[in-house]
Design a protein. Structure first.
Length: 459
């Protein structure tokens, strides 16, 4: 169905109070599509739709709505409707909703849950905010090693409807400790009289509830599984993390790193929804730091005031050589930060990275140095622009570019290692920060090279 027509029909049906037709049509839409269609509706009409949906479908649709829309709906709906949706929501989706709300509101919503659901919600909210415990769901299927396949399949038919995923089945012992995981196809292809233990190989991967949620992203990539089991400190199986939740985490982490690399604190909300005052606060800190750092550039320029006064031509090339060092440093920093995020580079690889960046920086500096050298020669012959010492100036710029680009590559690649070593996020070694650092040191390199080459001529 065309989404635009569907939206028009949805509004028309609500206004005509043709709720029977609306209820029947809603069965044909997926939860994501229905949430998208409902988003433009006034919150009062959206609440009407939710009252008409079956409880499970309403919970699924609710989880697709934006945080702001969820908050508006909870205020607009009757207490019993809110309670029905909260009780039917998947535990991980409900946890995501509750952790964004003030404590007083959370307590109010928890009081609407059934005893069992309240226990689950309180347990999940008890874990650290960025832990796997907050990410997991407690809806999954578990079987015993001594069960026959026929018994296990009957158990899955009876209890699997509430499971977050049916792709993986988990085997536990008499003390509820995890002993293996099985793909559902293994059970479907096995003979009914076989035992679960006949399919087991005791090779599995799992997460601890106290692990950082980034561990779930890394392990999901390595294991290539649709879900991962979560255990407590005694290896008792308490939940699972599914691939859709891990994708959400990966997206959030990537967004946070990109924002930090751009020279800003990570935003806690989408760009179009965050308050201007809060966004200014997030961006101002780094801008102030970078501004103060750039003052060092002016200080360095003042240090070489006499050299500039004697050879004004040197100041012409300051932006050229300085920006080249900042660009090479930003490139190296970005490459290393991403390699760290992907697990391609660890702290112990710093020496190998330094050797690679030394060779890369030397090569890149040589390329730019040659270009800068011949650019000055060309301008001399075309415009006679740089006086009688044009060749020495060309050598100064060429050699300075080699040193500055080399230094930029080395400092840009090593800074993420230093930050990780002291326990900070490598993404904070953002491109603007590296560029500012190389600006100051680049000036020193440039004028030092000039002092050596031009001594006795221009200087």
């Amino acid at each position: 169905m065309n989404p635009i027509l569907a939206m028009i029909d949805l509004k028309a049906l609500i206004e005509a109070r043709d709720f029977n037709t609306l209820r029947e049509q809603a069965k044909n839409w997926s939860a994501g599509d229905l949430a998208e269609l409902m988003e433009p509706l006034p919150v009062e009409q959206e609440a009407i739709v939710f009252r008409l949906l079956p409880r499970d479908q309403a919970a699924d649709v609710f989880s697709y709505l934006s945080d702001e829309r969820q908050d508006e709906l909870l205020k607009a709906m009757a207490r019993e409707d809110v309670a029905a949706i909260l009780n039917a929501m998947d535990p991980d989706d409900r946890t995501s909703l509750l952790e964004e709300m003030p404590a007083t509101v959370v307590q109010h919503l928890l009081s609407m849950l059934s005893v069992e659901e309240r226990r689950v919600a309180s347990q999940l909210l008890g874990y650290e905010e960025d832990s796997v415990g907050r990410l997991m769901t407690t809806d999954f299927v578990r079987v015993r090693p001594h069960w026959k396949i026929s018994h296990a399949l009957e158990h899955i038919r009876r209890y699997g409807k509430d499971s977050e995923t049916m792709s993986m089945i988990y085997v536990i012992d008499d003390e509820n400790r995890l002993v293996d995981d099985l793909r559902i196809r293994q059970l479907l292809l096995a003979k009914p009289d076989e035992l679960i233990s006949d399919l087991m190989d005791s090779r599995y991967v799992s997460l601890k509830a106290t692990d950082n949620r980034e561990a779930a992203v890394d392990l999901m990539k390595k294991a290539d599984l649709p879900a991962l089991p979560v255990t407590d400190t005694r290896d008792i199986l308490i939940g699972i993390v599914t691939v859709d939740d891990v994708f959400d985490v990966a997206e959030e982490e990537a967004t946070e790193d990109i924002q930090k690399m751009g020279g800003s604190e990570a935003l806690d909300e989408p760009y179009m929804k965050i308050a201007i005052s809060k966004m200014v606060q997030k961006r101002a800190t780094w801008l102030i730091i970078l501004f103060i750092s750039e003052m060092l550039t002016a200080t360095a320029m003042g240090r070489f005031e006499n050299e500039i006064a004697k050879a004004v031509v040197l100041s012409i090339f300051v932006p050229l050589v300085i920006s080249s060092g900042g660009n090479s440093g930003s490139q190296a920093s970005t490459l290393i930060i991403r390699a760290m995020a992907l697990g391609e580079v660890g702290l112990t690889d710093w020496w190998r990275v330094m050797r690679r960046e030394f060779l890369s920086g030397l090569s890149l500096g040589g390329i730019l140095g040659v270009i800068g050298f011949f650019r000055i020669i060309l301008w001399h012959y075309l415009f006679n622009a740089y006086g009688e010492h044009w060749l020495l100036i060309a050598l100064t710029v060429g050699i300075a570019l080699i040193g500055i680009v080399l230094w930029g590559s080395l400092s840009g690649s090593m800074l993420p290692f230093f930050l990780r070593r002291v326990g900070l996020d490598p993404a904070t070694s953002s491109a603007p920060f590296v560029a500012t650092l190389v600006d100051v040191s680049g000036l020193i390199i440039y004028f030092t090279v000039a002092a050596v080459i031009l001594k006795g001529t221009l200087l």
